[in-house]
Design a protein around this ligand. Structure first.
Ligand code: COA
Length: 161
């Protein structure tokens, strides 16, 4: 059975290990970074479990800053519960569970939450190949972002309610 829920500190090992399976080391957030993120904004992780196994998750904090910066990935303490924008820092599905709509379900859950909480919208960065994927959820591409995370070119995309 699949369930979606937000995160607590005891999810740390599972979250870090899914991340390590989904991203190359230069791009993957570390366990220490996730510990900080869970401390400040576990409520802004959307986890999908199949029975007891974590198979996919989405995370990102809330801020009044309009643009997603590299500093945000590292500084979980910048989370502002009353901020205008829901950032999305990570979208991950374990390889064996891809192309079944799981990331999509979690993105929709994040969008629903942000809307219910009265945010202005959501912001994420992604590689060129995923621009059409996020467009399907209503995100619009704003072009090359300032992010140099993992020495990759990132596009910034925004969904405005
Ligand atoms: C990107 C990523 C999160 C997608 O996860 P996912 O759970 O496979 O995502 P979805 O199933 O929602 O969608 C993936 C594709 O499968 C398709 N799909 C969804 N349900 C499907 C189904 N039942 N049957 C066949 N295809 C399906 C979607 O249409 C989508 O296709 P598209 O890319 O052509 O639009 C995953 O591949 C991943 O973790 N990649 C590595 C990390 C990464 O790059 N993350 C993004 C950072 S910006």
């Amino acid at each position: 059975m699949k369930i979606i829920r937000t995160a607590v500190m005891s999810d740390l090992d599972a979250v870090a290990s899914v991340e390590a399976e989904c991203f190359p080391p230069a791009e993957a957030a570390t366990k220490e970074e996730f510990a900080e993120r869970l401390r400040y904004y576990g409520d802004y992780f959307w986890l999908m479990f199949e029975d007891d196994k974590l198979i996919a998750f989405v995370d990102g904090f809330v801020t009044d800053e309009k643009d997603l910066t590299d500093e945000m990935y590292e500084k979980a303490s910048m989370h502002n519960e009353n901020g205008a924008w829901q950032m999305i820092f990570g979208v991950n599905t374990l390889p064996a569970y891809r192309k079944q709509g799981y990331a999509g379900e979690l993105i929709r859950e994040a969008i629903r939450t942000a809307k219910n909480q009265g945010r202005k919208g959501l912001v994420l960065t992604c590689k060129d190949a995923l621009v059409p994927y996020y467009t399907k959820f209503g995100f619009q591409n704003e072009g090359i972002s300032g992010s140099v995370h993992g020495n990759v070119v990132w596009n910034q995309m925004r969904l405005v309610f």
